[in-house]
Write a protein that binds this ligand. Structure first.
Ligand code: HEM
Ligand SMILES: CC(C)=CCC/C(C)=C/CC/C(C)=C/COP(=O)(O)OP(=O)(O)O
Length: 300
């Protein structure tokens, strides 16, 4: 948080504001919201549906901006994040704060007025969870930061469903649980190969605090309930065979990669480390599963 106005070199332009919203990560957040909405049994009016997705995108982007406003100092210490607009000195912190608060408020108010209050309430909760619970409270304090704080990223399927139905039901709760249980293997796989960055910045991520072996074991352990939740909708009668088959095949591959990560010894050296494969696959996995849950409702 030491980046002050006088360090500015080039004025911020729209690309820097876009970068503040973490567009690549947020694309999956928005996609899970869209699929949660499409998985609902009642069709939503296209204009209301579009507005709801826009609000999720604005809310998630604003949360990303507030995260970067708060941790400009941390981002400046890590290679992966040094080029972001604040640590690179292309934007002052106040602009990021105004942008984040303004867009967050706009997203929640628009969701409440144009869609419904349930969706608006959960959107507000997820923004507060990411910014206050994860970023401000837990991230610098405990290696359980992403387990608890990661719930923020799991709310969008509930928001999408609530936008269409005005309530919450078992299927979106399962989708929430899926993203919640997916987050630790997703993030710790990455943390295994960017461990030194986090150590240098003093962030207590699991591989830094508990070591590589414990992290590998935790990845394996979280994959078990995640897999159970991923395949549950078909046997529970909440989705059809299309989702059932896709979830079984893609989850089996996830479990295999997680097993390779869990059983790999520290220091082994192969062309592509299993944790890199698991991290890359974790992103495609969620895109495919959520695509399947929506496709199952519409085409099966
Ligand atoms: C607290 C929980 C999480 C943490 C700490 C985390 C952290 C990260 C980090 C550090 C990256 C590396 C690349 C980057 O900085 O862009 C990444 C990539 C990614 N994350 Fe996560 N993540 C979390 C949860 C989620 C959730 C809930 C989603 C979506 C549902 C998600 C979607 C993605 C995607 C799509 C990428 C790939 C981005 C790219 O292609 O560059 N993440 N995550
Ligand atoms: C609708 C709504 C508000 C959704 C919130 C979206 C959300 C919480 C996503 C979580 C994923 C995420 C960006 C983690 C980054 O962790 P980090 O901030 O520690 O990553 P960094 O090191 O790249 O900054």
């Amino acid at each position: 948080m030491s980046v002050a106005n006088h360090t500015l070199t080039v004025p911020a332009d729209w690309r820097d504001f876009l970068a503040l919203t973490k567009p690549r990560v947020m694309s999956l957040v928005v996609f899970t919201g869209l699929c949660g909405m499409l998985a609902a049994p009642a069709p939503i009016h296209p204009v209301i549906g579009f507005t709801a997705i826009l609000c999720i995108a604005l809310g998630a982007g604003a949360a990303g901006a507030l995260n970067q406003w708060y941790e400009a100092d941390l981002d400046g210490k890590m290679k992966r994040t040094q080029g972001r607009p604040l640590p690179a000195g292309r934007m002052d912190r106040q602009s990021a704060l105004h942008f984040g608060v303004g867009v967050a408020a706009l997203s929640v108010i628009l969701m409440g007025l144009a869609v419904n209050y349930v969706a608006a309430g959960i959107l507000l909760l997820s923004i507060l969870f990411y910014v206050l619970v994860y970023t401000v409270w837990l991230k610098r304090r405990t290696p359980q930061n992403i387990v608890i704080g990661g719930a923020a990223g799991a709310f969008p399927p509930l928001i999408g469903w609530a936008a269409a139905m005005g309530d919450v039901a078992l299927l979106p709760v399962l989708l929430f649980s899926l993203v919640f249980l997916w987050t630790p293997p997703h993030f710790w796989a990455l943390a295994l190969f960017v461990k030194t960055d986090y150590a240098n910045a003093g962030v207590p991520m699991l591989p830094v605090v508990a070591g590589e072996r414990a992290t590998r074991l935790q990845i394996g352990l979280y994959t078990i309930p995640m897999a159970a939740v991923a395949v549950a909708p078909w046997p529970l009668g909440l989705s059809g065979a299309l989702y059932g088959v896709v979830s079984i095949v893609t989850t089996a591959l996830f479990a295999l990669l997680a097993l390779q990560v869990a059983t790999r010894m520290a220091g082994e050296n192969d062309a592509m480390k299993p944790e890199k494969r698991l991290f890359a696959y974790s992103v495609s996995y969620l895109f495919i599963l959520f695509g399947a849950v929506a496709a199952d409702r519409w085409f099966a």
